[in-house]
Design a protein around this ligand. Structure first.
Ligand code: DC
Length: 228
């Protein structure tokens, strides 16, 4: 099966997950939310009560449980041992602990395997994360890297939380984003950085619609070049 993979990488709050979902819908592709995979493994590790700083114990978590990810109405649902945990994996306590999984080279290798296995089951995939264009899918047809000013990313996060009825302090969100950037950029395996052939888009002053329009144009242009 000839596969068509589009990768969208970038830091937290750059808009990549919204854009990836909408792009997937527009081009009839399946959306792969790789952050949800990191979160699902973190969820299982917290349930098991293992020492998150111990790589051996983390490997045990992946071996003990069955992780499954299913495309569902433009979204992706995460299952651990058959239980749908999608609603649990965005909790702040969980977000604060994902870095243990994300900074472990052995865990990243296992997660990249999961991502490739998921992609193999679908003909067209839009995948979103930190290392999709650099590590997981280096041969992807089109690669994007979205960036945005940290102040704007904090503002977006605040609006997102407010829409869910959660009040959050802008300065705290700003600091949390900076700390997540530092940990994402400094790890030795799968660090946050654009692939050499990625199209970089600064979304600071763009609406979601404008970004989706740009990425769709680029994807369509590449597709018509491939077809002709
Ligand atoms: O995109 P997100 O916020 O759901 O990602 C959760 C965490 O997982 C984030 O702190 C970085 C990590 N992550 C990663 O290291 N590599 C990926 N491909 C996706 C997410």
């Amino acid at each position: 099966m000839t596969q068509f993979v589009v990768t969208i990488d970038g830091p937290a709050g750059s808009g990549k997950s919204t854009v990836a979902r909408l792009l997937a819908e527009r081009i009839g592709a399946t959306f792969l939310d790789t952050g949800a995979m990191y979160r699902a493994v973190t969820w299982a590790a917290l349930q098991d009560g293992v020492n998150l700083a111990d790589e051996g114990q983390l490997a045990g978590v992946i071996d003990r449980h069955v992780f499954a990810f299913e495309a569902a109405q433009g979204d992706m649902r995460a299952f651990v041992d058959g239980r749908d945990i999608t609603g649990w994996i965005r909790a702040p306590e969980l977000t604060a602990n994902v870095r243990y999984i994300a900074s472990s080279p052995a865990m990243r290798a296992r997660l990249v395997e999961m991502q490739r296995r998921f992609a193999k089951r679908h003909r067209r995939v839009v995948t979103e994360g930190r290392d999709q264009g650099t590590v997981a899918f280096p041969d992807a047809a089109v690669k994007f890297y979205l960036v945005a000013d940290v102040a704007e990313r904090a503002r977006r996060r605040q609006a997102e939380l407010e829409a869910k009825g959660v009040r959050a302090d802008l300065k705290e969100l700003h600091d949390a984003i900076l700390s997540r950037d530092a940990s994402d950029e400094s790890r030795t395996v799968g660090p946050l950085r654009p692939a050499a052939d990625a199209i970089v888009i600064d979304t600071t002053t763009l609406s979601v619609e404008q970004v989706v329009e740009r990425v769709t144009e680029q994807v369509e242009a590449r597709c018509s070049n491939r077809d002709s």
